[in-house]
Structure formats: C-alpha cells, structure tokens
Design a protein around this ligand. Structure first.
Ligand code: MG
Ligand code: ZN
Length: 223
C-alpha cells in the first residue's frame, strides 16, 4: 500500500508540473512576470498586495489570482485597489493552489493587458512550497509575530523561494524575533535568497520592495 500511495503522489506532481509548464509558456509568451506568494496564515500577503497595488497600479498593469480555502474575502480586499483583474480561486478545502487552478485563472485573464501577475497562495507553508504554478519566482513571507526559526521548520519553502519578505517590522520592539538569526537560517538553506524587510502597514521599507517590483516589470518590457 505504501508503494501505491507514493505512486499516486508522483502522478499528481507530474500532472501538476505539466500544467505549470503550460502556464509558464502562456505567461512568457505574453511577457507577463508571475510571482507566487506563500506564507503562514496572517503573515500579511493580502496587505502587501493591497499596498503594492495602491502604489503601482497606475504605473504597472498587474493582475492578482487569490486563493483561499473558503471565501473570496482577500480577492475582494485586493479588488478595492485596482480596476483590473482579480481572479478568486476557492480551493474548497484544498490547502494549496495547484497548477490546474492557476491555469484556469490565467485563461480567464486578458494577458495582453498586464505585465505582472501576483498569485496569493493559500496561507500554509507546507505544500504550497512544493507545487509549481508556472510562476517566475516564489516569494515567501514571514512576519515578526511568528517564530524566527520558521526557516528551520519549513526549509522547503525557503529553498524554493527566490525572495523572502520579512513583514511587520514595526512590531519588532514588542516581540522576541531575532532578525539576524532568521535571515541567517534562511541563507543556510538557500544562500541566494534575497530579503526585503518591511511593514506593509506603516510603509517602512516598502520603497525597496516597490523598486524590485518595478524592476521585474521593466525587465520584461526590455526583453
Ligand atoms: Mg490573504
Ligand atoms: Zn496542500
């Protein structure tokens, strides 16, 4: 039975990777850069996206695919900041987005009208890390109200992510979060991971993040 279970999982992943490649080809063909945002629940993915759209929506055409187990609440929050495209995916109990759902969401978008796509994954640091969605890069969010040992507990998320956002830094005086340790552990797992330290709520550190987002959109334009 064990062998059979493993086999099923392998088939699921192979099918997912095939669809993820299709998503990636569609996005690349349209010149759209895509990021998959992953984090624990409550780390601030939706707030970061709201502030990003608020700052850049007039400048960079973006779309968002927001996944949640239930409700379209996050998608509705994000939609307040843009007239463009917000696609809600209710996973109906599923604890991650898979490439099939993203493929369907991307098919519903007018890719010629956008340059950047943010995928807000389901709040969970385990399986979202292992599912390729066709993104250019995964971005892992961590907030200082969580443990600074998250990189040790969820190494796959930090290994698969190209970028990490440390959010809620305005709360550092009130919590026992060791920033240097957290970054050090993440870099032991993934030496190339690039960190952004910010507070999406107060705006502290947002400029470097927004500059990064701008640069990724511009890179596609140059290509
Ligand atoms: Mg959210
Ligand atoms: Zn899952």
């Amino acid at each position: 039975m064990t062998v059979r279970t493993i086999r099923v999982r392998k088939d699921v992943m192979a099918r997912n990777d095939e669809l993820a490649d299709r998503v990636r080809r569609r996005l690349r063909g349209a010149g759209v850069t895509a990021f998959d945002l992953i984090s624990s629940p409550g780390a601030g993915k939706t707030t970061l996206l709201e502030r990003t759209l608020e700052a850049l929506d007039a400048e960079i055409p973006m779309a968002v695919v927001a996944g949640d187990v239930r409700t379209a609440n996050d998608a509705e929050r994000i939609a307040r900041w843009t007239d463009r495209l917000v696609q809600a995916v209710e996973t109906d109990g599923g604890c991650h987005l898979d490439a099939r759902q993203v493929y369907a969401a991307v098919e519903a978008l007018d890719l010629s009208a956008i340059r950047l796509l943010f995928i807000e994954n389901v709040g969970n640091l385990v399986c979202p890390a292992t599912f390729d969605l066709g993104e250019d890069a995964k971005i892992v969010l961590l907030s200082v109200t969580e443990g600074d040992d998250k990189p040790l507990k969820y190494p796959t998320a930090f290994r698969r992510a190209s970028y990490a956002v440390l959010n809620k830094i305005d709360l550092l005086p009130y919590v026992d979060f060791d920033v240097e340790k957290a970054i050090g552990w993440a870099k032991e797992i993934n030496p190339d991971i690039e960190f952004f330290l910010l507070s999406a709520k107060t705006g502290e550190g947002m400029e470097a993040w927004l500059e990064f987002v701008r640069s990724r959109a511009a890179r596609k334009e140059a290509a």
